[in-house]
Design a protein around this ligand. Sequence first.
Ligand code: SAH
Ligand code: SF4
Ligand code: F3S
Length: 462
Amino acid sequence: MDKFYCILNYGCQMNESDAEHYAGQLQELGYQSIDDFHKADIILVNTCCVRESAEKRIAGKIGELKAVKTANPDVIICVAGCMAQKDGENLRKKHPQVDLVIGTSYVDSFGRVLREFLEKKHEMRNAECTIKDGSSVDLKKRVKKLPSAFCDLRVNETEFEGQRVRKSSFHAWIPIMYGCNNFCTYCIVPYVRGRERSRSAENILAEVRQGVEQGYKEFTLLGQNVNSYGKEFGEKNAFAKLLASVDAVDGVERLHYMTSHPRDMQKEVIEVVAGSMHISHHFHLPVQSGSTEILRRMNRGYSREDYLQLIELVRHYVPDAVITTDIIVGFPGETEKDFQDTLALVKEVGFDAAFTFVYSKRSGTPAAKMEKQIPLAEKKERLNRLMDLENSISLEKNKSLVGKTVEVFAEGPSKNKNIWNGRTRENKLVLWPCEGKSYRDGEAVQVKIETAQTWLVKGISN
Ligand code: SAH
Ligand code: SF4
Ligand code: F3S
């Protein structure tokens, strides 16, 4: 009989990549993908806990699955990812419908863990059936007796030998390192993803080459802090070298990497980008705040001036660089003056886009215990002012594309079937009318830009 799985994915690109690995392992076990989780035999919720809002949304989703479990007690509900790592066994106490909790160090061993769980479940069912002579069994009690949480943060395997089932047929996520050692004082990631560990360049290059053979042409190298790639190998400029070697693989048409920590961004990396035909000129450099004092208390390891110098260096080597950032407003103790420093920095740099967040208290992090936590209303008010400013800058940046012809890789039709969307090498979203035409996934299309909006540009294909 056909067996189906459904993955509900949340969080960052690392989670998207992990989900492709989970999917690969599920397919190896004979499961097929299905979109409607009500019809799945296995539901895997891949979670994020970077902010409280994300956690709340996901907890709501897990709550929704209670009814699914009641309707079909045989469905297996797995919770994986960062929230699973953080809450462990407590998750099952709070949500008894959850069968399996998978910690972030178990991504590679998920297939084995699931197989063991299924065997155990089968054994117990047989045992109970014998005792109770086949009469109805209390499923809830049985599930409670099953082993479940696998939450120790062991160092996991860094080398990848399996298969991924990728969402896209032309763009591939390639994790190059796991974990984070930075301990920014607001951030939960180092606690739930463990210490930094890098994959060997050989293993990464093998996956890229395999991707090319399978028809992939756009690649994103992933890590919480890609610029510290290979530190443990004791090699200087390991990331710059890796970037250059991936760039040199025949068939790699576009190359991205994320995320870069401004403190660790090396001149050598910028030079490799400048000298390459394929590497995106998009630089995502999360600044977090424009105030040196707040940056110090965030433990970011650079000052406002350091950051501005880095931007100058980027623009020196790559004059057409598209620069984006992440910003947190309302960090404990942030004064109006500190916030003004952030606004001024945003104006000075002129970011193409900024992902802006209100500070969210994560218990267990140093910032959660800091004095002068900012009231939510004030944080939101600052966020609005920041967004207003950034939106007007983004619009201006996008307007500068009007009249130009850009190459996009077609991703598919938008809600309106007559309008297609795709992205430029610099990751700008482009919409154009297809006029009855249909494009292959990832097909290169030349689009002449006619109008600009805050988050996208529109044009016509020629
Ligand atoms: N490793 C990456 C991404 C980390 S999470 C990096 O260092 O850039 C992505 C973004 O979420 C961060 O850049 C930060 O802006 C935001 N973030 C992290 N923790 C947060 C918190 N406690 N409250 C609000 N935003 C947070
Ligand atoms: Fe979090 Fe800082 Fe690590 Fe990014 S670099 S994941 S913000 S601790
Ligand atoms: Fe969220 Fe974990 Fe990524 S907390 S942002 S899914 S590393």
